[in-house]
Design a protein. Structure first.
Length: 131
């Protein structure tokens, strides 16, 4: 059985991350989600990873300046050199605490060596048995 690895990060949306309408740019949301996928995959595989593909990303609601954003990244599949990470982006109103799912997507991360060539992901069983 493969163990799922998860990661939760939090940040706040500032004006320089938003459009003139006061809402977070989609590219900023993608960057936050990709960073969470990178950390989750690198932590899980104990290898540096790079983004190979972003599968469908759905934006469900705008994120206003001043909102807290949480990413929830979970490893959902592990191949020989790649990991698929599901990432949710949640926004939270700083004053009321109201939360909503604002975006979700899947990211394929590939483990690489120092020459950016794909390398096998370190199985968790090997990590667990190290002294």
């Amino acid at each position: 059985m493969r163990r799922k690895a998860g990661l939760i990060t939090s940040d706040i949306v500032f004006a320089d991350q938003a459009s003139s309408s006061g809402r977070m740019f989609g590219g900023e949301a993608l960057a936050v989600m990709t960073k969470a996928a990178f950390v989750a995959a690198t932590r899980h595989g104990r290898r540096i990873t790079v983004l190979a593909a972003s599968e469908r990303v759905d934006f469900r609601a705008p994120v206003p300046v001043g909102a807290i954003v949480d990413t929830v990244a979970t490893i959902v599949a592990v191949g020989r050199t790649s990991m698929t990470v599901a990432v949710e982006l949640w926004s939270e109103d700083l004053m009321s605490g109201a939360r909503k799912l604002t975006a979700h997507g899947r990211f394929v991360m590939v483990a690489v060596d120092d020459r950016d060539r794909p390398v096998p992901v370190v199985p968790h069983e090997m990590l667990d048995n190290r002294s």
